[in-house]
Write a protein of this length. Structure first.
Length: 63
């Protein structure tokens, strides 16, 4: 099973790999901005967090 998981990365296209590694089309924040609002900074600049995190960053979030 470990081998099949490791081979999965080779089977994915570059676009698929980007999606898996942190998504696409997100607003880019510095790690400091993201962490200050309680989020987790991803390598591509996206900030992973709750509604509260994104509201703190100044984004419009659905209620």
């Amino acid at each position: 099973m470990k081998k099949s998981i490791l081979n999965l990365g080779k089977a994915l296209t570059k676009a698929d790999q980007k999606q898996v590694n942190g998504g696409t089309g997100c607003v880019i924040y510095t790690p400091a901005e993201c962490f200050a609002c309680g989020g987790f900074s991803l390598p591509n600049g996206c900030c992973l967090g709750s509604y509260e995190t994104h509201a703190c960053l100044g984004e419009d979030v659905p209620q």
